[in-house]
Write a protein that binds this ligand. Structure first.
Ligand code: FES
Length: 265
């Protein structure tokens, strides 16, 4: 009978086997073009690598996909269901369409509902001219919503010495929730309530200034695609947000986490 190996050695070998596992290559069609992909990649990752433009709002590289905005919907041949490209893994033999009249209609509807859920009057917004959501609206050719709303009328939280939270501008993309938990590790933000009453809260519904877990890093502010989270001292004309820098940080963190032996996603 062979001698028993110590548990630590067995663990190292297991980790080594895991690290050397090569992802299976699969093929699919995106807008008629044959593409190669790694098993486990999302439709959005593969489409983006193939220079296909799919609109996104809640997605951010390096963060877990939330599937919150539904702007990245795509059509799958042979199915009536529309799939969120950011949360759907690509599969061998899939045939996906990223642009069509039906998709444009549904994407427009999703954005229009976001517009009426909160107050997005660009002309009186501090992010006017450098707002990711505004740029998205422009790229989709959306100038107004067909639905009417009085807006939710949230009071702005100005208790933090450096930042302001204005729920009236929030699109509930949850980037702030994910970047705070997955990159900063502070877990300050969360989504409270359901449906039309959903809103973000910090430290279990504390005012931001009293949120003990907040490190004041500002990553949530940088990744917010609207003026829901802004810098306080420059609120008259805040600088452009550096979402890309935080996204690069998030990607590096995810990569280093995956390269550690024995750690899987
Ligand atoms: Fe996919 Fe928002 S980007 S659901």
């Amino acid at each position: 009978m062979p001698p028993l190996r110590p548990a630590r050695a067995r663990g190292r070998q297991h980790a080594l086997r895991k690290e050397t596992t090569v992802a299976k290559t699969i093929s699919a069609r995106i807008d008629g073009e044959l593409v190669a992909a790694q098993e486990g990649q999302s439709i959005l990752e593969v489409a983006t690598a193939c220079h296909k433009r799919i609109p996104t709002l809640c997605y951010m590289p390096g963060l877990s996909a939330a599937g919150a905005c539904r702007l990245c919907i795509v059509e799958l041949e042979g199915s009536d269901r529309l799939l969120a490209a950011c949360t759907t893994p690509i599969q061998d033999g899939m045939s996906i369409r990223t642009q069509s009249a039906k998709l444009a209609l549904y994407r427009r509807m999703a954005v229009e509902l976001m517009l009426v859920e909160r107050s997005h009057v660009c002309s009186v917004c501090v992010s006017n001219g450098h707002c990711e959501f505004q740029n998205l609206l422009i790229s989709l050719g959306i100038t107004h919503s067909r639905y009417s709303s009085d807006g939710p009328g949230f009071a702005a939280d100005m208790t933090h010495p450096r930042f302001i939270l204005d729920q009236n501008r929030c699109v509930l993309c949850t980037r702030c929730v994910r970047v705070c938990a997955e990159v900063e590790g502070a877990h300050v933000w969360e989504v409270s309530s359901r449906g039309i009453s959903s809103h973000i809260v910090c430290d279990l519904n504390e005012s931001w200034g009293n949120a003990r877990n907040c490190t004041g890093c500002g990553k949530c502010v940088q990744v917010c695609p609207t003026a829901a989270l802004t810098m306080r001292e420059v609120s008259v004309c805040p600088p452009r947000k550096d979402t890309d820098r935080v996204a690069r940080l998030a990607v590096r963190r995810t990569e280093s986490r995956h390269s550690r032996p024995g750690v899987s996603s």
